[in-house]
Each structure stands twice: as structure tokens, then as C-alpha cells.
Design a protein around this ligand. Structure first.
Ligand code: DC
Length: 229
């Protein structure tokens, strides 16, 4: 029997905030010419919709309904993938601290997670998908052919995230970014539903001392070996 034929052509990348999942997923997808899915952006899009509607006391039921009706699509723009919400690109509004905090809070609600599950899985129907988030390997794509779990020390992640904010012209300071990441790590790891943890069969990679190019090189080799590319 040719077991290679049965391997699901999905690369599931998980790990804490600021560890470099998006960078790795996008560069792997570009190299392999596969689709790229940033599932954190979906949770953020929902948070943005709720903030824009001024729903300060949104209930899990309301949030679940809004999640079911999210009007979003991913479009390839040059070498990037942009999320479009109701036909418009929200730009940096998706990456602010209030949106990050609300996205993390919403992601603990079963109503929200179950509403977003079919949407996320729909991207994997044809295979050839690189996806990243917190529960890609454990819940959304448990049969993915390659699962990668990235880790790095909190301070390293905070410094990298701070640099991203500053490069985008968004004011931020290290303490604030570090506290935000620590709070989100805690809530992502401790929630009862789909907590952030590596799948048993995941390839664990500590990237604290590695450049993005080194991480890509290693994971690309791994993918080529696993999928016989
Ligand atoms: O990866 P990110 O920082 O853009 O994700 C935003 C929030 O969404 C994060 O705090 C956790 C949540 N999330 C999740 O619970 N499950 C996913 N698959 C992706 C993100």
C-alpha cells in the first residue's frame, strides 16, 4: 500500500502569540505554492466587528451568531495574504491591542469556536494548505500530514512583536507588549476548550535563537520529506 498517498497535504502550525507562526506559514505557503490560512486573523476579525458595533457587553450567544455570519475572505496581494471584511481591508485595525485582547477573550467561548470550526475546515478541503493558530494540530486539522509547534521565551517574543508595532508606526512599549503576551498566553493555555498545547505528534521547535530564514529552511526540508515533494 502507498502510504504517502494517504498523507493529508496540510501543514498545521501552532504556538503562542508573537512566536513567528504567520511569517513561517506565509513563507512556507509561498515556497510550496499552497494556500495560507491565518486563523488568528479570523478571531481578530470577529473582535473588530464587535468593537465597531460598540457591543461592550456582547454575550457568547451573540458573538457565536456574529461568527457564523462573518463576511470574510482572504485575498493574495503581492507576496502577502490580506483578510477582507465585508469587502474591505481593515488594515492595521486588526492588529491593535484592544482587538488582540477581545479576540483572546472571544476565543475561549464555545459558541465562537464551534461557529468558526466549519469555516476554518473549509479551507482544507482540497489539501495543499498551510494553516496557523492555536488548535490547528489538535482540533481543526487533527489529521494534518505535518504538525509544527513553535515556542520561544516570552521576552524574545515581546521584543519581536514590539519591533513589528514600531515598524508599522504603532506606538508601543516593551512592558505593555510583554504583559499583553503573557496575559494572552495564560488565557490561551488555560481555557478548557481547545487550549494551546502541542499535539502529541507535533514537531516541536524552539525558535528563540533562530532567524526566520533558518526556521523556514528547516520546516521546508521537513515538509518536503513528509510529503515527498
Ligand atoms: O494568532 P493571533 O494572535 O492573531 O490570535 C488572536 C487570538 O485568537 C489569540 O489570542 C488566540 C485566538 N486564537 C485561537 O484561540 N485559536 C486559533 N486557532 C487562532 C487564534
Amino acid at each position: 500500500m502507498d502510504t504517502k498517498a494517504e498523507i493529508l497535504k496540510i501543514i498545521a502550525i501552532d504556538g503562542p502569540a508573537g512566536v513567528g507562526k504567520s511569517t513561517l506559514a506565509l513563507s512556507l505557503a509561498l515556497n510550496l505554492n499552497w494556500i495560507c490560512l491565518d486563523t488568528g486573523a479570523i478571531y481578530r476579525a470577529l473582535a473588530l466587528v464587535i468593537l465597531e458595533k460598540d457591543l461592550l457587553k456582547v454575550t457568547p450567544l451573540q458573538a457565536g451568531q456574529l461568527a457564523q455570519n462573518l463576511d470574510l475572505e482572504f485575498r493574495r496581494v503581492g507576496q502577502a495574504i490580506r483578510l477582507y471584511l465585508a469587502g474591505r481591508d481593515p488594515g492595521d485595525a486588526l492588529r491593535t491591542l484592544p482587538v488582540s485582547r477581545l479576540a483572546s477573550q472571544l476565543s475561549a467561548w464555545p459558541e465562537v469556536r464551534s461557529a468558526l470550526l466549519p469555516l476554518q475546515r473549509s479551507f482544507g478541503q482540497k489539501g495543499e494548505l498551510v494553516t496557523e493558530g492555536r488548535d490547528m494540530g489538535t482540533v481543526v486539522f487533527p489529521t494534518a500530514g505535518l504538525k509544527i509547534f513553535l515556542t520561544a521565551d516570552l521576552l524574545v517574543r515581546a521584543q519581536r512583536r514590539l519591533n513589528q508595532f514600531l515598524e508599522n508606526g504603532q506606538p508601543a512599549n516593551l512592558d505593555e507588549v510583554r504583559e499583553d503576551l503573557a496575559a494572552r498566553d495564560h488565557s490561551d493555555e488555560s481555557r478548557s476548550l481547545a487550549p494551546l498545547r502541542p499535539s502529541q505528534d507535533a514537531f516541536l521547535l524552539d525558535v528563540a535563537q533562530m532567524t526566520a530564514a533558518e526556521v523556514l529552511d528547516l520546516c521546508l526540508k521537513k515538509a518536503k520529506a513528509v510529503f515527498a515533494l
